[in-house]
Design a binder for this molecule. Sequence first.
Ligand SMILES: [Zn+2]
Length: 460
Amino acid sequence: MGLAAHKIEPDLREQFRYMIHDRVDKWVDQIIDEVFEDDKQPTIMELSELFAKTKQKFFGACFQALIEQKYAGLLEQEYVSCPKCGKMCKKRRDNKKEMVTMQGQSELKRPWFYCSDCSYGFSPLDKVLEISRKKYQFDVQKKSTKTTAEVPFCCSSELFEDLTGHRISDHFMHDTFEQVGAQTCLADVIPGQAEIEKRCREAAGDVWRPVLVVAADGAHVPTRVKAKRNEKRGAGRWQEAKGFRIYLLGQDRIIHLASWHQIQNEEQFGKDLAWVASRIPQHQVRIALLGDGAEWLWKHMTHCFPKGRQVLDFYHCVEHIYKVSNVQYGENSRQALEWVESTVCRLFFAEVSNVIGGLGRMKPKDNEAKEEIRKLIGYLDHNRDRIHYQGDRIGGYPIGSGGIESANKFICHTRLKRSGAWWVKETGNEMLRIRCAIYNGTYDKVFDKYKGVCLHQKNL
Ligand SMILES: [Zn+2]
């Protein structure tokens, strides 16, 4: 292409320098007018606000000048070959593009071509610069979407303006967020295989293979049916976001590998877990599977990690014991605490049959206690092969699923469970995917994919 060979002539640089100096002069004039007028004594805050107010215009103009000089060749093109069929096309007109980047507002007049054979219109400069069809360019979209993933829709645009000086509508932020989320899938959110293997090597000790923890859990998310404007929304309902977190126990810290949460059924959860499991070098690690008593998660965890050591989450187990002690002996009574302590201690040493025997001999205080005792016996009996906490400790395995609880809290609860917020399932899942990506360190990858799709689509 003639353009790549186009040498930057020294006078282009000089022209750019001249244009920038011109912009600087204009900006300085503005500052002088504001600051040196009369005997004003502006404070730090006032001066900073003045800079914030004026710099977007200044930088936006510099930005524009830079593009105009750097891409002068493309801006002056009269003929160019059609990217689809190769036919030579003549410039039809100059098209104006208003755009906002994080640097401010700029305007670009660039030539527009049309191939009548392909019925295809295009601007070669747009491709080189990766110009978004939206007014707010990808750098803004990337930051605004991340902001939206952190704070509620209703205040994200205000916060964004406070922090960046750019006023973007709630609507734009919401739409862009949904478009990014819609393009995102499991494969984008989970780190690549090379990265996973690298982290596994990092966690490896001198003698033992590192412990890889697979923990699964459900979190309830308030959902509602998608309704049109002015249409009754109907009653919301709680649906389970099923999720897993996979992490390594390093020498003195947790090394996170991947989190994934979606409002979905058990079958889809199993598929997703299997996909991730296939990317983990299972023979290089010792695997611990952690969960509460929910059967759906054990079914899929053991299927995907057949060599995993199953550990019933200690804290969930203790919670069940507290439930019985409270109804049987009264909440926080001394008797209750003593009973909990001895029961937990015996479970720690894996005396499950002993504990079950003791529960069987208990004389229930009332029907409620009777029912709770019955449930606890069933729970312990069902999970007895997963209770071996002392052995876990000795082997360096975890016994508590604090790792998934904190991920759950960070990924689901802090953003999805806000008072008054009811989520349409699709939007909730978009939110979860983007939040998982941020947590997994794959947001850049996720956004790049969205950008790629936008650039190749005709109408986005
Ligand atoms: Zn063509």
